[in-house]
Ligand binder design. Structure first.
Ligand code: GLA
Length: 750
């Protein structure tokens, strides 16, 4: 890790592992993008900005300044001064004129990485910041009196480059920020693909790859949350790039609200990547002396395909983003009552589930939606966070005490950002909901969103949650958010500041969760939004795990979890075994396969255990044992995608390898059975080629112990054999069948 200034060449060089990022100061102090890629360390690389290619340098050809501005590879592009590609910044002056041009003023190289006040952000592990460096480039628009600080940080153990921007109004009049993205990155990529994650409710984050073409290709959200539909991620990659080879440039937004991520191919075939807060509905009034800070973007380059990109993201998020004490701790195996009972439960029913679950080794009962106000249907009382004593006589302390007396922990569901029209809260404070006066607000799941830009609302919401948590020993909270925004108006903000509501809402949400984890430092917080709508790096700063999707079908989960694990460590993915036929797709899959798939996440159950067959309850006991045995590896290891059902339409296979390569766990799911085939060769990844691995086939049978395949000399293989030769797996009979295989280095017997 290194950041250096090459004065003679006017270059800033950032080195992060094998990756190099170079910024150049061109004539007339334009800040240009020189290079992002595998380390080259050549001081002549400034030529890559092409400023010497006449007639494009304004000082030499002012009459064609536009040609310069429209092709210059900018580090932070601005609108209205000749760069017709999409820009990061568009500012309107108090007089109503739009246009901005930034010129370099100076730099600072700092030890560590400054916090971004009020925003989630990656951080140094070391208190004195010895494991990080930050470059700050100060730029200015003299006419507007606007200072812009471009920030770039690197960490000692990562190849990512983290970017954000800070804007300060140093003038005497307000400035109107109509668009403030975090970063742009210009590159040459005439032949490439764009990779995004897209979906919908119950099928979040499916990988979508398409050719880059002239014009703008964008994914975005202006739903008030990062969303089910698009994900704040964008990568461009060479046509030949795949899992283990080729170049990938990726950007991921550490933010939970509106975003845009765009790839624009210009007239000369260069590509500009842009990422930041979606400008739709956005306008921030920057008063004199005030500052606006953008959320940060993580930029990753890989020359070894998606696999390496994934490792960089996983390690960065584990080492520098997730703060929870649970990050490296075993999460309790939980059972959640939502799919078991929906709203129809009481203390006795919950205790019945808890007793049976405890017998089988489950460690925590989570009471989901429906425990408060008069909430027996979706229309019921969000906002009235008082325990419904008709369902829970004796209140929460009584229930929690009984659950804990069984030797289990207790967790609870909230949806604190919402209000139902029928609630006492809404009757008392209709102005607390986000809405446009005179308009009937649009309902979604029969509810409205609370205006978190309003401090008294934040206070009410916080106290509602904290009061319950103070009333009983509650170990876990599932924080849900079940609708997207419409009628984006706040009577509180007034006419001039309506364009700030989306972002102020997200800041209010972050403030709430920050307070929560400060007051309850031992709480295990799991974020959730109608399934996996707000699964983003911003939320990970507050909670170590996020509910991946309401779709718990093992086969649907293959694609959802493949897309999610492209960026997120397995330890962050909320995954449970649920009942069959699956409540969303109606599919029936083997209990064993449901367990293997959920084991690639935080693991738990979402079913009425009292209604299971004895045989299935035995399988739970087996799965619990497996979870205890393999969890540390799944949580801390390196994840490898071996095969993708999405691509081959036949089978899925992933692998987790310990950092020291001493053990590995392989999960294989054969989706549909096929007749008359020989065995399937699976080439493993990430092993030590020289190590000798003992192979155990994990067999889970009801009424049997978990069988470990016999380990004869035949079942000891060299890493090289397993990676280059391959493992022959027999074809499995029956649909949705699966296998789990454990490898351990014989030199380090565990
Ligand atoms: C959302 C969540 C579910 C469940 C319900 C309760 O849909 O994703 O897991 O908690 O809300 O209303």
């Amino acid at each position: 890790m290194r950041i250096e200034y090459l004065e003679k060449e006017g270059l800033f060089r950032l080195i992060a592992g094998e990756t190099e990022y170079v910024i150049g100061i061109a004539d007339e102090k334009y800040v240009g993008h020189v290079y992002f890629g595998k380390q080259i360390e050549d001081n002549r690389c400034g030529c890559l900005m092409r400023t010497e290619e006449a007639p494009f340098v304004p000082s030499k050809n002012l009459r064609e300044k536009c040609s310069f501005a429209d092709t210059f590879p900018a580090e932070y592009s601005t609108w209205g001064m000749g760069d017709y590609r999409d820009s990061c910044l568009n500012v309107r002056s108090a007089a109503g004129f739009r246009g901005c041009e930034l010129h370099y003023q100076g730099y600072r190289i700092l030890a560590g990485k400054p916090e971004l006040p009020g925003l989630p952000a990656t951080f140094c592990q070391d208190k004195e910041g010895k494991d990080g460096r930050t470059l700050e480039l100060e730029c200015r628009d003299e006419v507007l009196g606007l200072k812009v600080i471009l920030r770039y940080s690197v960490f000692a153990d990562s190849e990512a480059v983290i970017r954000s921007a800070e804007l300060v109004n140093e003038g005497e009049e307000p400035l109107y920020l109509e668009r403030v993205l975090t970063a742009c990155m210009d590159m040459d990529m005439e032949e490439g693909d764009m990779l995004t994650l897209a979906g919908s409710w119950a099928r979040e984050r499916h990988m979508v790859r398409r050719p880059l073409a002239f014009g703008k290709q964008m994914v975005s959200s202006f739903r008030g949350e990062s969303g089910h539909q698009d994900h704040p991620f964008l990568a461009v990659m060479g046509r030949d790039a795949g899992q283990d080879r080729g170049e990938v440039y990726a950007m991921h937004f550490v933010y939970s609200g509106n975003f845009m991520a765009e790839a624009e191919m210009s007239q000369f075939g260069s590509v500009r990547l842009l990422m930041g807060i979606h400008p739709e509905g956005f306008e921030w009034v920057l008063e004199p002396g005030k500052t606006f800070i953008t959320p940060e973007v993580v930029c990753v380059y890989s020359h070894e395909g998606l696999g390496k990109m994934t490792h960089i993201f996983h390690d960065l998020y584990r080492n520098h983003l997730i703060r929870s004490p649970y990050l490296h701790a075993k999460r309790p195996i939980l059972i959640n009552n939502w799919e078991a009972t929906y709203f129809d439960f009481n203390t006795e029913k919950l205790l019945e589930i808890a007793r049976e679950a405890k017998k089988r080794g489950v460690e925590m009962l989570v009471m989901d939606d429906g425990w408060f106000g008069d909430r027996n249907v979706d229309e019921g009382h969000l906002g009235d966070w008082e325990v419904n004593e008709k369902k829970l006589p004796g209140g929460l302390p009584h229930l929690v005490e009984q659950v804990r007396a069984l030797g289990m922990e207790f967790g609870i569901w909230f949806e604190p950002e919402m209000v139902s029209p029928k609630s006492k809260l809404y009757q008392a404070h209709p102005e607390w909901a986000i809405r446009i006066p005179e308009r009937e607000p649009v309902q979604s799941r029969a509810q409205y969103v609370l205006d978190l830009s309003r401090p008294e609302v934040v206070e009410y919401v916080y106290e509602s949650v904290a009061r319950i948590l103070r009333s009983a020993p509650i170990s876990y909270v599932k924080w849900d958010m079940n609708r997207q925004m419409t009628d984006v108006g706040s009577v509180w903000l007034g006419q001039k500041h309506q364009g700030e509501l989306f972002h102020r809402y997200v800041l209010g949400l972050y403030e709430l969760q920050e307070r929560l984890i400060k007051e309850f430092p031992k709480l295990l917080l799991e974020n959730c939004a109608s399934g996996g709508a707000r699964f983003d790096p911003g939320m990970l700063y507050y909670s170590p795990q996020i509910w991946c999707s309401d779709d718990t079908d093992a086969i649907e989960r293959l694609e959802i979890q493949e897309g999610t694990s492209l960026l997120y460590p397995l330890s962050t993915m909320g995954a449970h075994v649920s009942a069959c036929p699956n409540h969303i797709v109606g599919r029936v899959t083997p209990f064993k396969t449901r367990g293997y798939v959920a084991m690639a996440g935080t693991f738990g159950y979402e079913l009425d255990i009292t209604k299971l067959l004895e045989e299935e309850k035995h399988l739970i006991e087996e799965q619990v044992k497996m979870y205890h045995r393999f969890q540390p590896l799944v949580r801390e290891g390196d994840y490898y995608r071996v095969a993708s059902w999405r691509e081959n339409h036949r089978y899925d296979c992933w692998q987790v390898v310990a950092k020291d390569k001493s053990e590995a766990l392989i999960t294989y799911v054969q989706v549909l059975a096929e007749p008359n085939w020989h065995s399937r060769k699976i080439r493993l990844k990430g092993l030590d080629p020289e190590a000798e691995y003992r192979l155990e086939e994990i067999e889970m049978e009801a009424n049997h112990q978990t069988k470990v395949g016999k380990t004869t000399a035949d079942q000891i293989y060299k890493g090289a054999f397993l990676m280059y030769g391959g493992l022959l797996l027999p074809r499995l009979t029956g649909d949705f069948m699966s296998k789990m295989i454990y490898l351990s280095d014989v030199r380090i017997c565990r």
